[in-house]
Write a protein that binds this ligand. Structure first.
Ligand SMILES: [Zn+2]
Length: 252
């Protein structure tokens, strides 16, 4: 139930701001307050199993663990393959604070350094944790990694796929979704997502690439998404396939 509330809150409060560094992919922050969590969580893949160095205080660890529980338990069917991938090639460090680069984002996965950074404790939010872990997964799945697309051609491909991957899980679970919505396709995007997974199943890469609504398919959705956010407004690579989604689809 907490998720329905969270997603409804996201819909009503969605205020996006984003920035990007040369070598990373950043989460577009949302203006949402989160409940403080104090439970003990049962995790199949605890942080220590897929992150080598945990530089967070106990409160922050507890917050992250709550979201990991949601990802691994409530939505485990669609996220456990991500943790399998991360465990086989762990993230170097998770930490909080400024990187000193002058362009800090609320949450970021720095692909070249292989680190996950949250600016403040309040920036540790569900969609941010999902987003940056997905980017870490993309880094391990795309040949040559994703830093090659950072702040240049291909940025909208990588960012859109990360949003789409979350929207697919939301749709399958009857939750609202709009993270991947673009500048001019709100109606088509919703219809497209429903055609992809309205039957309750996670779509194959082939289905993602071949499904169209009003002549808008995957790459048209990427283009529209890129136009919506200045930080993602770089050329789209028209043959870079959604390899993370393909990995998840093949793994479940
Ligand atoms: Zn991102």
């Amino acid at each position: 139930m907490k998720f329905k509330y969270l997603f409804l809150s996201l819909l009503s409060l969605l205020v996006l701001s984003a920035c990007s560094n040369d070598d990373d992919f950043l989460f577009s922050d949302t203006n949402v307050s989160e409940l403080t969590r104090s439970e003990t969580f049962s995790l199949k893949y605890p942080m220590s199993s897929f992150i080598s160095k945990i530089s967070l205080n106990t409160t922050d660890q507890n917050t992250v663990n709550g979201y990991l529980s949601d990802m691994q338990n409530e939505f485990g069917k669609w996220y456990l393959p991500l943790f399998v991938k991360l465990k086989s090639n762990p993230i170097a460090e998770i930490k909080r604070g400024s990187t000193g680069t002058g362009s800090d984002a609320p949450a970021a996965y720095y692909a070249n350094q292989n680190i996950l950074v949250f600016l403040t404790g309040a920036d540790i939010r569900y969609n941010g944790v999902c987003e940056e872990l997905i980017h870490a997964g993309q880094q391990r799945i795309y040949p040559g990694g994703i830093a090659q697309y950072g702040k240049k051609k291909g940025t909208p491909n990588i960012e859109f796929e990360a949003k789409l991957a979350q929207d697919l899980v939301s749709c399958i679970n009857d939750l609202p979704f709009n993270l991947g919505e673009g500048a001019d396709n709100s109606t088509e995007y919703v219809q497209w997502i429903l055609e992809l997974c309205g039957d309750g199943s996670y779509p194959s890469e082939t289905k993602v690439l071949n499904t169209e609504v009003k002549s808008m398919g995957y790459y048209q959705m990427v283009i529209s998404f890129g136009k919506k956010y200045a930080a993602y407004n770089y050329p789209v690579i028209m043959d870079l396939k959604p390899l993370y989604i393909n990995y998840i689809s093949d793994s479940i």
